[in-house]
Design a protein around this ligand. Structure first.
Ligand SMILES: [Mn+2]
Length: 301
């Protein structure tokens, strides 16, 4: 594959500073060389420009930094769209999870113009399905999945001029264990397929991924992977924006990525929410690089 890396150092979607350094942490952990060692070519297009929270007021308390995040996502959408048009595979590095709104919009627009659509595999401790009306915090990194489904503020859900970006029936949410009370109802009504941590405990990751891949590839051109590092247990991934106990083991996370690679149907990948400030010796970014290589076909044997 020919892979193009795009860094999005955006931390406006949540309140703990540091996830803006995620792209640097991944590069410092040897991302580019690790991908090249698998035989892929890598083109790093650097980071997009994103404003710091200190430079502006957050605006509406129910959707903080909405305009700034929407602006960054429009930029990301345009770049991801162009990357696919040029025949390259887009790898987007966060940043907080708000950036997925832009990345997914770019993929979706490309397919829509060809009368096709994408499935979506969203791997996360959280549902990210709040809207300004339901969010307890007003932090937009808790809203990107909703935006992709056409819910929430138009500057996010309407990027590229259409909504929704993905059809709920082709979307899967994996690894959730921390949902807000009103968000639960949105998820239940959404039509998205959910595999909670309990489902993974009971069925095993292999069965969960087999079902997920079947759902996301049926009648689609392939699927987008949106991977929030907070899905991994904090014992393995301590450096994340919003850590929650009881997450995926090291091997469960790798198995998910290995099965994604085996499917041969992944259209784009985002890896988000690495926070080097609260990490330990870049452990979380090193794990992130390992997971990316598994998603790009690295095999144990
Ligand atoms: Mn997330």
């Amino acid at each position: 594959m020919k892979i193009r890396i795009l860094g999005v150092p955006l931390d406006l979607g949540q309140e703990r500073r540091g996830v803006d350094m995620g792209p640097s942490a991944l590069r410092a952990a040897g991302l580019n060389a690790a991908i090249k060692s698998l035989g892929h070519s890598v083109e790093d297009s650097g980071n997009i420009f994103v404003k710091n929270p200190e430079e502006q007021h957050f605006g509406d308390r129910r959707a903080k930094y909405l305009n700034e995040i929407a602006e960054a996502c429009r930029d990301v959408a345009q770049r991801i769209h162009q990357t696919i048009e040029e025949g390259l595979f887009p790898l987007t590095l966060g940043g907080d999870h708000s950036i997925a709104i832009g990345a997914i919009a770019g993929v979706s627009k490309f397919l829509r113009d060809r009368s096709q659509s994408a499935g979506l595999i969203w791997i996360d401790a959280h549902g990210d399905m709040n809207t300004p009306e339901t969010s307890p915090s007003g932090n937009i990194h808790g809203m990107p999945f909703a935006a992709c489904l056409g819910l929430g503020p138009e500057p996010l859900s309407g990027i590229c001029g259409f909504a929704p970006k993905v059809e709920a029936a082709k979307c899967v949410l994996i690894g959730v264990r921390d949902l807000d009370a009103r968000e639960k109802r949105i998820i239940q009504k959404s039509g998205v397929h959910v595999f909670t941590m309990r489902d993974i405990d009971e069925q095993g990751m292999r069965a969960v991924m087999e079902k997920s891949l079947a759902l996301a590839t049926e009648g689609t051109a392939g699927f987008i992977t949106s991977f929030d590092m907070d899905v991994v247990d904090p014992s393995e991934a301590p450096g994340v924006g919003t850590p929650v106990r009881g997450g995926l083991t090291f091997r469960e996370a790798h198995l998910a990525m290995e099965m994604i690679a085996d499917s041969g149907k992944m259209l784009s990948l985002e890896l988000v929410e690495i926070n080097p400030i609260i990490d330990m010796m870049n452990k979380t970014a090193i794990l992130g690089v390992g997971l990316i290589t598994s998603a790009f076909g690295k095999k144990i044997l």
